[in-house]
Design a protein around this ligand. Structure first.
Ligand SMILES: C[S@@+](CC[C@H](N)C(=O)[O-])C[C@H]1O[C@@H](n2cnc3c(N)ncnc32)[C@H](O)[C@@H]1O
Length: 735
């Protein structure tokens, strides 16, 4: 079934005749009939970093379909047997109609959500040291029955149902999830659906049993199934298994039953609109099983919600998002914005590591969202996607107010006076990403603008005139620029100066912000972040700044005055210090040293996640800058936690060379790219010297860890031609 890269050959339309197989039909034109031609989804179940992945953000497929009509039609087999459009256009149900819904369900097996925890434990089979418990206000959860140290593996869980995300199907083997760069030869495409890729025939063969339905749906004409829909097709596959007793089919069935009977669906809490969306998907994917009444309509819809609410984003060793999977133990882990565990993946295997010390009796938690998001944003995501309001310590500490709100709207008035958005939702909490971020890597932010931002965030739009942005302030360690913020209706807001938490910060506010009468405001911003959008390059790597250790990226100056409790501030300082040295070391390519530095500051890890939240709230911009810098190199938190994994493994006498290599490789590659970028725009001798030092550092550090023949080194040297340019340039300047 592997295509052997004959992509150009004519597409085959497959009709499977076995009664268990999925049938596709031909349209008059001879092309596969598109049974979802009315699918109009633009967005689909999104997969976000550190999320349990899904949100059912589908646009409606069939606007007037209701759950009730879906079910009614289902039972009269009208929907399944190719309904006419007119037949499935019904009015929205009244609540009364809704009540009738249940009567229409074909009852299959009852959900076992209410079964005893002991039964669940027998089914799920957790490892020693863990048990399932009811957790107040959260449903079921997993609790430690022994102590775990930071870095310990707490749980290992292999997914039976997972998919490579549609955006990267060509880069990963759909079975073993290996990236193509680690595969001998190229990935081969499934000749049937022409959508999935495999690294070997063996992988394709192993995947076939679970890919079959997905393959049929795809080759049946729905050429571009969403990631989520493909996952759902996979979940349905065990219903079509022929060899009922083989080991793998038993595993699939076991997993399927856990998903079907144990995953939470939040069905009752879902809006009619959402249910309709799921019904539409059920019509497409679960068609046959619904026809054969293996499932009731409600069961099918619920199953889709279950898949929706319980998926994990899978990452590869480089922390790139690969796809989504369902994990039949880990689904029980509840969320906290200050979690004590963090999942890492080896293919479809999740390894849950303790990111904090976990005591006997403590609940295991992971973060379903990016902890660097603002409280408000986290809340929105959690409520929207997982139907709960988080009450963890990070959230409740701040629920009483005094929070910077998100959604600061700042517009950049370009030279031609066209306005364009400067905001970035991820860093919406007062940190404004430069429009040209990919080039500039710049953020507008400073703890000094903290208070003013809070004010601005209250529904107003500010305009920044770029012509005023670039006056440098001399004698400043950090490059600041005076920014003229002309405002829209700001008068009242500015007169009512924002409340600072204490006198010191109030003074700080006074020193830094001047309100003038002409409806404009002088404000100081970190300059390099927004330095001339058009020409700004990666200034953090510029030689001058590097040598003087005072780039705006390494503004490791004093942490600003305490904005919150002394305890938090002290912790923040410690972390800033740790980050400071880590960032520097990492920037120099001294990864081993970075690791040791991190080991020294091991308490950093314990607080890393917790402070992920505080960092942004407090606007300790130095700390945040460090984070960003680390992130630039190798995915910040992930890289750091990986380094720590390495350390903890090393200290247990194990070697995690591969992890370290991956970090180094990725970091090195990124660094190289930045250097080359710099190089292209430089004509200064001085700078070239610096670039060469950087490069040799880079290669030396790479050389420390790689054998010359390793794939990683080969990959790194793929950039050889660019390196060559660098060397040639160096020769010209006698370096
Ligand atoms: C992946 S499941 C976790 C296991 C779940 N408690 C159960 O019993 O199946 C996610 C669901 O658990 C609940 N949950 C997770 N974390 C929570 C938290 N911090 N507070 C309240 N509910 C939470 C929500 O209902 C959420 O949709």
């Amino acid at each position: 079934m592997i295509d052997n890269n004959k992509y150009e050959k004519e597409e085959t339309i497959i009709t499977r005749s076995n009664k268990n197989d999925f049938k596709t039909s031909k349209s008059k034109s001879g092309k596969p009939q598109n049974i979802s031609s009315n699918l109009k989804s633009k967005k689909y179940l999104s997969v976000e970093k550190n999320h349990l992945s899904f949100s059912d953000d589908l646009d409606s497929y069939e606007e007037n379909l209701t759950v009730e009509t879906f079910l009614q039609n289902l039972h009269s087999n009208r929907i399944i047997n190719k309904p006419k459009k007119s037949e499935i256009r019904f009015k929205k149900p009244t609540p009364k109609n809704n009540e009738k819904l249940d009567e229409n369900f074909v009852k299959t097996e009852k959900s076992t959500l209410n079964h005893s925890l002991e039964d669940l434990e027998k089914t799920v089979k957790l490892e020693n040291g863990l048990k399932i418990s009811n957790i107040d206000g959260k449903g079921r959860g997993i609790v430690a029955t022994k102590n775990f140290d930071v870095g310990d593996t707490v749980l290992v869980d292999k997914s039976e149902f997972y998919v490579v995300d549609s955006s990267c199907l060509t880069s990963y083997c759909s079975y073993c999830l290996k990236n193509k760069s680690y595969v001998h030869g190229s990935l081969k495409r499934c000749s049937s659906c022409k959508m999935l890729y495999y690294c070997s025939k063996e992988c394709q063969k192993n995947d076939w049993v679970i890919h079959k339905l997905e393959c049929g749906l795809t080759s049946g004409g729905i050429r571009k199934l969403h990631t989520s829909m493909r996952l759902m097709a996979r979940v349905f596959s065990p219903l079509y298994l022929k060899e009922k007793s083989s080991e793998s089919t038993l595993l699939f069935e076991h997993a399927f039953n856990i998903i079907r009977y144990q995953f939470e669906s939040h069905y009752e809490k879902q809006s009619e609109e959402r249910k309709v969306k799921m019904a539409q998907i059920a019509m497409i994917i679960g068609k046959d099983s619904l026809n054969e009444k293996v499932f009731s309509g409600k069961d099918a819809i619920e199953l889709f919600f279950k898949v929706n609410f319980n998926g994990f984003t899978i990452f590869d060793g480089d922390q790139n998002m690969v796809g989504v999977g369902l994990f039949c133990k880990a689904f029980l882990i509840n969320h906290s914005c200050s979690p004590n565990c963090s999942p890492v993946f080896e293919g479809n295997k999740m390894v849950l590591k303790a990111s904090k010390r976990i005591s006997n009796g403590e609940e295991l938690t992971i973060s379903y969202v990016d902890i660097l998001l603002s409280l408000e944003t986290r809340r929105d995501i959690l409520y929207e996607n997982y139907n709960f309001v988080c009450n963890c310590s990070s959230c409740s500490n701040y629920s009483s107010g005094n929070l910077p709100k998100s959604n600061l709207q700042i517009q950049n008035l370009g030279e031609d006076n066209t306005s364009s958005e400067l905001t970035n939702s991820r860093f919406s909490n007062g940190i404004i990403k430069c429009l040209n971020f990919e080039i500039c890597k710049g953020y507008l932010f400073s703890s000094k603008v903290y208070y003013i931002l809070i004010e601005f965030e209250k529904n107003m739009q500010c305009k920044i005139s770029t012509t005023e942005l670039f006056k440098k302030e001399s004698n400043s360690d950090i490059d600041f620029t005076d920014v003229q913020l002309s405002k829209l209706g700001l008068n009242e807001q500015l007169k009512n100066k924002p409340q600072a938490p204490n006198d010191d910060t109030d003074d700080l506010y006074k020193q830094n912000f001047e309100i003038n009468n002409s409806n404009s405001l002088e404000i100081q911003y970190c300059d390099d972040c927004i330095n001339n959008n058009k020409t700004h390059t990666n200034s953090k790597l510029s030689s001058e700044n590097y040598k003087n250790k005072k780039t705006h990226w390494s503004a490791f100056g004093d942490v600003e005055k305490d904005l919150y409790t002394p305890e938090i501030s002290t912790k923040a300082r410690e972390i800033v210090d740790t980050y400071k040295s880590c960032t520097l070391l990492m920037r120099q390519g001294k990864f081993m040293d970075t690791a040791f530095q991190l080991k020294k500051g091991i308490s950093f890890l314990e607080n890393m996640f917790r402070f992920g939240t505080y960092i942004q709230l407090m606007f300790y911009h130095d700390l945040y800058l460090c984070l960003l810098e680390l992130q630039d190199y190798s995915g910040a938190l992930d890289a750091v936690s990986k380094i720590l994994d390495v350390l903890s493994d090393l200290s247990k006498g194990k070697s995690s060379e591969n992890i370290l290599k991956t970090i180094i490789y990725k970091s090195a590659k990124l660094k190289l790219q930045s250097l080359l970028f710099e190089l292209e725009s430089t004509d200064s001798n001085e700078k070239l010297k610096y670039l060469h030092i950087e490069c040799s550092d880079l290669l030396m550090s790479a050389g420390k860890f790689f054998s010359k023949n390793s794939q990683l080194v080969k990959n790194l040297y793929e950039n050889k031609s660019s390196l060559q340019i660098l060397i040639e340039q160096g020769k010209r300047f006698n370096i």
